[in-house]
Structure formats: structure tokens, C-alpha cells
Design a protein around this ligand. Structure first.
Ligand code: ADP
Length: 591
């Protein structure tokens, strides 16, 4: 099996989807040649049987001209051809499925690897649902497309060539008739197909709207219930179900008409063909057996052309999926870490030198001319109204965003020159919303670390005020928590997040204090764990609680992206300004 970790983006050419696909599959040319050979051998009985039937009829109708011996030989040959289908079919599928399943594996791995390296700004722009669809649906679409390309496309093409070559070689006069009939049959089918495509599109878009509506409805149930709008909401959704019902019926109808017309045109063509061939036979140009043979060949031509036409929409979908994946593989928005300096250690000194950052140029700066020198071990509380740029500052500290002007220096070295992946080994983040995954408490705390000793875990649990909670659980740290930690209270989740940050013994801690209010006991426990967490390390806290603010070495008051004031709690309280106004508003900062 090939390695799934090839960097596929180098193989991606947006204007040449098929070439891209072949490079992704990554098999040598002889693989495709042998695959086609196996396919043709496997399929050969279908082509051979009409010859056998023709031979049988000729031997039976004109025994004096066609010897019985020949018929027996035909039987023998077809018998062997039929039997070989089993091993050949197995061989073909194992080759084809090997290639396409490997492709699926490689593509998915390449996509998630790329996603891990794309910048946070990229992930902000791209909805997670769309990325998920790329990894799951688009990749599956491409795999289906490859199977179809082969079993539908290549086989139809060879069937067509086979039938045309045999007919023109044995009876060129018939080929003239085929040339006239085929466009008529195909034309009839195409006529319906266009209308069918329109109705199909219509139906699909209504179904998509319906699933969107249902998802929204489920999310809205508490709101609807609170407003007593259950009847109204059910009615609204039911109307949409009605539309889907109506479009579905219209689609079924046109499908039926198309199915019938396809059947009728195909059968008519075959009957007309039979009439023409009977006339040929009466003229003595062909034998009775050959009527059967040409009839089958004619059927083969019509079928394969119709299959090739059907191939187009499938191909369009496949190509679209290749493009969709390319959006991720080709996106240049990577965190540029390669070749930069690796940090072996960090004291924890940070200097901000006229740092400015804006999300969109036209919206103005989220952080502007931010300058501050932070000594190792200092605790800085960031306060300010919502939208002042506090979270943006945190993202700048961890290198998720890069300043557009100005510099951030870690231990005196510009972050631009540092491989931030190595720097983040010394930085821990406690976000406002704790992200927990389903697994044990130990797995959640030691996430990404191996060989965490029990003693270290115990210390961290004690620092995060979790000892009591763990002791109360029958399985202790091995207790499994539900998806997103649903079984834990808000305060417990936050303390687990603090433990997760502390276990790495970071030199810099970035903590976004949760705004949600907790009961007095939980609040106190969190405060104690924060107090222990900030000891001996540089800490930035987006602070919402007075107790945290009091404890900070310095408080940075932010307003509209700028530093409005800096000082200790006592200094800031001593002078009039935003800080005192904010404290006066008890609902902004709680103790
Ligand atoms: P705070 O954390 O103090 O509430 P933020 O740093 O979140 O402030 O926001 C600062 C400014 O940047 C605000 O005007 C906000 O609208 C804008 N902003 C924040 N995040 C984004 C984002 N991902 N995309 C665009 N604008 C953003």
C-alpha cells in the first residue's frame, strides 16, 4: 500500500482535473494497461455469446453449409470465456478497489494534514461544515467517479468500438443503417434528459432547503416552546414538506415518461433494425444467424452511446469534487513555520512594539499601536469593553495572528523569525469556552503528552482544585466524560482546562476568563486554581473578575484596540478614567 502522507498539493493542477486525478492515484502506466486488459477479458463472454447464438442458428438452419463441429468449438470457447469471468472479475475489482480506496485514504489524510497547517484566519473564513463535506462527501464522490469512469466509461467505449469494428468488417452496408438510426435514438433520449435534469435540480434544491429547515427547527425548539409557537412552526415546516412532495411527484412522472420513451425508442430502433436485416437476409446478403448477431451488435452500440452520454453529468460532479478539494490543497494561507528558528527554551519575556492588526482593511484596526514590555513571571490583566481587542491580543501572543505592523518579541527574538510550533510548547492557553472531547479525564488533561507520571498528574489536579472532584468519582481520573464534557458542570470543565494548561508547565499562560457566572463555591475554586496557575510564569488574562484584576501585577485597560491606561490596581483606582467607570458598572466586572 502506498504511503498516505504524500503532500498532494504539488500534484494539483486546477485546470487539468483528470491529470490531477491520475497523479493522485499515483500508479504507473502499466497498471492502467493491465487493468483495461483484465476488464476486456472479464467482459468478453458478453461479446462472444451473440457469435455462438448466430453459429447455432446457422448450423441448425443450414446444416449442409455450417458443420456441427464448428458449433461445438464455439460452445467450448464460450464456456471457457464464461468461467474465466470469476477470477478475472475478482482480479479487476481487487486492482480497482485497491487503487480507489488507497486514493480515498491518501486524499483524506492529505486534506486533514493540510487543514492542521492552514492558518486560523483560513478556518475563521471557512465553515467547518464545508470542510467536513470536503473530507467526507467530495472524497467519496471522487472514489465513485473513478469506479464509474472505469466500469461505465471505459467499458462503454470499448463495447462501442467492438460493435462498430465487427459490423463494418463483416457487413459495411449495415453500418450505414446504424449511422442513421443511432443519432435518432440518442436524440430522443437527450430531449427528455434536459427536462429531467431541470426537475432533478429543482427537487434536490428543495430537499436541501428542507434539511436546512429541519435542522433550524430542531435548534429553535426551546425558543418556539417559550413563545408558544409550536403549531405555527409545525405548519411552516409542513408547507416545505408539501413542496418536496409536489416536486418529487413531478420528478417521478418525468422519470416514468423518460423511462418509457427510452424503452420505446430503443425497441422501435431494434424492430426497424430487424426489418432491415430481414430484408438483407431475403436478398441473401446475410444469414439468419447473422441477423441475431447484428441485432446484438446494434443493441450494444445504442447502449454504449447512451451510457457515454450518461457519463457526462457524473464526470462533471467528479471534476467539481476535485476542484473542491483543490480549494484546500492549494490554499496558500499556511502558517509559515518552515525554516524558522526552533525555540529550545523560553524565559517568558514578551515585548510588544507598536503592534497593529486588523481583520479586514476596511473595518479598521482591531489592535492599534500596542506597545508593552512584559517581564518574565509578570501577570498582566487585560480589561476593557467588548470589542476592545482583548481576544485579538491573545491570538497575537500565541501567533495565531501575525501583526500587520510592529513586532512581538519572545525573549528578545522577533516572533516572525521563530517556528511558532516550537514556541507553543512553552505556551498554554485556557480559552473561555472549554473544549473537551469524549474520553477519560486523564486523556483530556494529558492531551498530546505521553508518559505523564501519576505524581505530576496529582500535582496538577491539586493545583487546579480537582482533587476533591476526582476523589468523589468511582473511577477517578479514568472516568469517561461524555461528548464535550456534558456530564461536568461549567466550573469543573474550566478547572479541567486549567489542569490541561498547567500539565505542560508553560512559561507563558494565556487565560481568557469565562464570563459565565458560577455559584460561590465554584467561583472560589476557580479563583484559587487561577491563583496557583499564574505563579512563576508570565500570564495574560482577559479578566472579568475583580479578584483576578486585583491580583495582577499590571492591568492594561484597552479601548478600541488601543491601550487606554496601564498600571497596578491601586494606581488605576487613584485616577479617574475608563477603569474606574468600568468598576462602577457592577454588571461588567463581578467580584
Ligand atoms: P474583545 O475580545 O475585547 O471583545 P476582540 O478582539 O474580539 O475584542 O475584537 C476586536 C475587534 O475585532 C472587534 O471590532 C471585532 O468585531 C473584530 N473581530 C474580532 N474577531 C474577528 C474576526 N474573526 N473577524 C473579523 N473581525 C473580528
Amino acid at each position: 500500500m502506498q504511503t498516505p502522507f504524500r503532500p498532494l498539493e504539488y500534484d494539483y493542477h486546477s485546470h487539468r482535473p483528470l491529470r490531477t486525478l491520475i497523479q493522485w492515484v499515483g500508479r504507473p502506466w502499466w497498471f492502467y494497461v493491465s487493468l483495461v486488459l483484465v476488464l476486456l477479458i472479464k467482459h468478453s463472454p458478453v461479446w462472444a455469446i451473440p457469435f455462438l447464438v448466430a453459429q447455432v442458428i446457422d448450423v441448425l438452419t443450414q446444416p449442409e453449409e455450417f458443420p456441427l463441429r464448428l458449433m461445438v468449438m464455439y460452445f467450448g470457447a464460450v464456456f471457457i470465456l464464461i468461467l474465466q469471468n470469476v477470477p478475472m472479475q475478482t482480479l479487476m475489482i481487487s486492482m480497482l478497489s485497491g487503487a480507489t480506496r488507497d486514493l480515498e485514504h491518501t486524499l483524506r489524510t492529505a486534506l486533514v494534514t493540510r487543514m492542521q497547517h492552514l492558518s486560523i484566519a483560513f478556518h475563521d473564513r471557512m465553515e467547518s461544515g464545508r470542510l467536513q463535506a470536503k473530507v467526507l462527501r467530495d472524497v467519496e464522490q471522487i472514489q465513485n467517479f473513478c469506479m464509474f469512469l472505469f466500469e461505465g466509461g471505459v467499458l462503454a467505449l470499448f463495447s462501442f468500438l467492438f460493435a462498430v469494428i465487427i459490423t463494418s468488417w463483416r457487413e459495411p452496408r449495415l453500418l450505414g443503417f446504424f449511422v442513421v438510426m443511432v443519432p435518432i435514438v440518442v436524440g430522443l433520449r437527450t430531449l427528455f434528459r434536459r427536462r429531467m435534469a431541470a426537475r432533478n435540480r429543482d427537487f434536490r434544491s428543495e430537499v436541501e432547503r428542507m434539511s436546512g429547515d429541519v435542522a433550524e427547527m430542531i435548534n429553535m425548539i426551546p425558543v418556539v416552546r417559550a413563545h408558544g409557537l409550536e403549531e405555527f412552526e409545525s405548519q411552516r415546516i409542513s408547507t416545505q414538506f408539501g413542496v418536496v412532495n409536489q416536486r418529487g411527484r413531478r420528478l417521478d412522472l418525468i422519470n416514468a415518461v423518460f423511462g418509457a420513451s427510452a424503452f420505446v425508442s430503443f425497441q422501435l430502433a431494434m424492430i426497424i433494425g430487424l426489418a432491415v436485416m430481414s430484408w438483407f437476409c431475403l436478398q441473401g446478403w446475410i444469414t439468419v444467424g447473422e441477423i441475431v448477431l447484428y441485432q446484438s451488435l446494434f443493441g450494444m452500440i445504442v447502449m454504449s452511446i447512451s451510457q457515454l452520454l450518461h457519463f457526462y453529468p457524473q464526470m462533471a460532479r467528479g471534476v467539481e469534487s476535485i476542484r473542491s478539494i483543490g480549494e484546500v490543497l492549494e490554499c496558500p494561507d499556511l502558517e509559515m513555520n518552515q525554516g524558522r528558528m526552533a525555540l529550545e527554551s523560553l524565559q517568558g519575556r514578551i515585548d510588544f512594539d507598536h503592534v497593529s492588526f486588523s481583520y479586514q482593511a476596511e473595518k479598521g484596526a482591531a489592535v492599534e499601536e500596542f506597545s508593552l514590555a512584559v517581564a518574565p513571571g509578570e501577570c498582566i490583566a487585560l480589561v476593557g469593553p467588548s470589542g476592545a481587542g482583548k481576544s485579538t491580543m491573545m491570538q497575537l501572543v500565541i501567533g495565531f495572528r501575525r501583526p500587520q505592523s510592529g513586532h512581538i518579541l519572545l525573549d528578545g527574538v522577533d516572533m516572525q523569525e521563530i517556528d511558532m510550533r516550537t514556541a507553543r510548547r512553552f505556551i498554554s492557553v485556557v480559552p473561555q469556552e472549554t473544549v473537551l472531547f469524549s474520553g477519560t479525564i486523564r486523556e483530556n488533561i494529558a492531551y498530546g503528552l505521553t508518559g505523564v507520571s501519576d505524581a505530576l498528574l496529582r500535582d496538577v489536579l491539586a493545583a487546579a482544585n480537582l482533587t476533591e472532584l476526582i476523589a468523589s468519582l468511582p473511577e477517578g481520573v479514568e472516568t469517561r466524560i461524555g461528548e464535550d464534557g456534558a456530564l461536568l458542570s461549567g466550573g469543573q470543565r474550566q478547572r479541567i482546562a486549567i489542569a490541561r494548561a498547567l500539565i505542560r508547565n508553560p512559561r507563558i499562560l494565556v487565560l481568557d476568563e469565562a464570563t459565565s457566572s458560577l455559584d460561590v463555591v465554584s467561583e472560589r475554586k476557580i479563583q484559587e486554581s487561577i491563583e496557583r496557575a499564574i505563579r512563576d510564569r508570565t500570564t495574560f488574562i482577559v479578566a472579568h473578575r475583580l479578584s483576578t484584576i486585583r491580583r495582577a501585577d499590571r492591568i492594561v485597560v484597552m479601548q478600541e484596540g488601543r491601550i487606554a491606561d496601564v498600571g497596578t490596581y491601586q494606581e488605576l483606582m487613584a485616577r479617574p478614567g475608563l477603569f474606574r467607570e468600568m468598576l462602577a458598572l457592577q454588571d461588567v466586572i463581578r467580584d
